[in-house]
Design a protein around this ligand. Sequence first.
Ligand code: 9WN
Length: 481
Amino acid sequence: MHKDFEEDVADAAARVLETNWTGRYTVPATGLYPHQWSWDSAFIAIGTRHREPARARAELVTLLDAQWSDGRVPQIVYDVGRDDDYAPGAGFWRSATSGLVQPPVHAWAAWLVHCADPAGSAREGFLARVYHRLARWHEYLHGPRAGAVGLPVTKHPWETGTDNSPLWDAALERVPPEARTAIRRPDLQHAGTGERPGSRDYRRYYRLAEAYRDAGCADDVPIGFAMVCPLFVSMLAVSELALARMARSLPDAGGGAPSDVERGAGGDAGTHEATAARVVASMDAHLWDDDLGLYVALDDTTGERVRRATVNGLVPLLLAGGPTEARARTEASPSAGTTPAGTAPAGAPAAARAAVAGQAPPVTGRAERLLATLTGPGFLGGGPFLPSTSREDPAFDPALYWRGPAWFNTSWLLLRAVRALGRDDLAVRLGEHFAVAAPEGFPEYIDPDTGAGRGTRQFSWTAALTLDARLSDESAVLPEP
Ligand code: 9WN
């Protein structure tokens, strides 16, 4: 692509982020989403780091300032002055934040933000400011949120970030579509007909949110929805590995003596790696679907796997060389935490050693199956863009929110995964997604067949991840500064 065009795109993306910046955080979209959203801020920081690294750090610090005392990082931090513009708002929650959460992309984002400007990060003591808070966030997920197989459960479709994915259909069916709250839908003013969840979905969403709120957002009270999502779990595993990187880097980044870091309240680097390996092993054992060739969700209430093919189930490809290899890495070397940054333990398999060194690991086992599914007829083999729900799933709808449209964050996640695996051909394919962002006005999502924009426009993570896809040449999921 022509260099001037590339610069125009980057400038246009940066302008969207500038417009949506409030001085402390970036709203996902000024009309539809006028508050701070949790995983949006992580993706936004990943893009903003290239041009405004201090602002990227501030984005994450602002979010973490809203962390609850139990460690949870809330789904939404409200601008109470705009409480009428999005529902449910602070009035519903009787709190300045939502009581729900979203996928834990934050530690990974913090590490990427640090790597983009290590000197500025060190000057601000950024890693030291965020590390323990991020570790407490993960402890909340591993503790009160742990389900039957030890993986964190999401208690509401909004917590998955992929709100109306068919993965949640069966569980939602059990929720009565009756809420006590009078439901307002300001969202419908900002998206086309047939692009947002319907009123029956919303009555169930409110019913669940009311039950959670009325239980004081306590996690030991069953509210009728508890789902393990492969995308959420993958983000936790990658983010644990990011915490390990941070723990090792903290002395250099102004975070204190090495002994504090290794034995700090958040746990040492080796503990984070062992936790990541445990998460991956459990995902591997409980969420893999050999017929579909991808990971699926698990219903923690019934113990049943939800056998639907969605992009959520491809995201574990990020765990370089496939989850089996990542697990083998730590099992092979219980002393992994004592190895210097940038090296892998001697007993680690080739895939893990290569991933740590930032080289393409050999593609074997489940990674190979996931790549076959990614390129198969349900996903990239069936059309130009990566749909949120497989083209072969009965619920596939190219216009409706998470039931078919291609989203920029999931294409970005898979782009990072295939780059790390050295699949440049697929990186080019997924990169094409970002070529339509600027011409379509940085839409929230696109039609997976035509690339036509859908949902709201000037959407922050679309702009941020377009910037990152264009400006970052990192090939490792977790690069070194
Ligand atoms: C509910 C803000 C959020 C994203 C979610 C996306 C959508 C909200 C909604 O917008 O969800 O959180 O009202 O639809 O599904 O991933 O974080 O951009």
